[in-house]
Design a protein around this ligand. Structure first.
Ligand code: URA
Length: 220
């Protein structure tokens, strides 16, 4: 896959790779897993929000008056964690973008068809101004991309512009990336790793297993 031709940023940093090795390790317990994901999540959210519109603001330092650039607060930023694993990114997103709205997306995967099944999408009219809305969708694992495409479609139906939607994952598979790009080529993808493939059950290889189970310690 030629990542440079696609709308995708794969973050490369020694600290990120160090933490990826921790979360991939099957012997890492839930507490260490969550800590390692949190460390990576700040970089992912910063990258996802790097093109938010800015405005000039006058600020008095203790010495002089100066002009600073700040995020244009007349925009609306919607943070959309896909339940349940996407919640792991919510803390970093709310901390870095405290003026954002959170819109939880409730979806699980039908284990046979691998198709997403919706169960929660509370506020139908969440978008105030279609020209000024930026959506950041959060899901640690971009595997088949079916939930991602459904979520993107849902935000476009609500009024978001494709080019103002960013999908953030910890690990992406080529299938998921292609699925998004073939359906919504203007959507940006931010990830910490582009892995090799997915298996017949839809798990990413090498991956890290079931992200929700590892975060919430529900491995049977
Ligand atoms: N969801 C997960 O939690 N893990 C995968 O590998 C793929 C989808």
């Amino acid at each position: 896959m030629k990542t440079q031709q696609l709308n995708i940023s794969v973050l490369k940093h020694p600290v990120i790779e160090d933490n990826l090795a921790i979360i991939r390790d099957k012997n890492t317990d839930s507490e260490r897993f969550k800590n390692a994901v949190r460390k990576i999540s700040y970089s992912l959210i910063l990258e996802a929000s790097k093109n938010l519109p800015m405005v000039e603001k006058t600020v008095e330092t203790p010495l002089v008056t100066t002009k600073c650039r700040v995020i244009d607060k007349s925009i609306q930023v919607i943070i959309a964690p896909i339940l349940r694993a996407g919640l792991i990114f919510s803390e970093a997103a709310s901390e870095l973008l405290p003026f954002s709205n959170i819109h939880h997306v409730g979806m699980y995967r039908n284990e046979e068809t691998l198709e997403p099944v919706w169960y929660y999408d509370k506020k139908k009219n969440i978008i105030d101004n279609k020209d000024k809305v930026f959506v950041i969708i959060l899901d640690p694992m971009l595997a088949t991309g079916n939930s991602a495409v459904d979520t993107i479609e849902n935000f476009i139906k609500k009024g978001a512009k494709e080019e103002n939607i960013t999908f953030v994952s910890l690990i992406a598979a080529p299938n998921g990336v292609s699925n998004i790009q073939e359906n919504y080529s203007k959507v940006k993808i931010v990830t910490a790793s582009l892995d090799d493939s997915i298996n017949e059950k839809g798990y990413i290889l090498p991956g890290l297993g079931d992200a929700g189970d590892r975060i919430f310690n529900t491995i049977e």
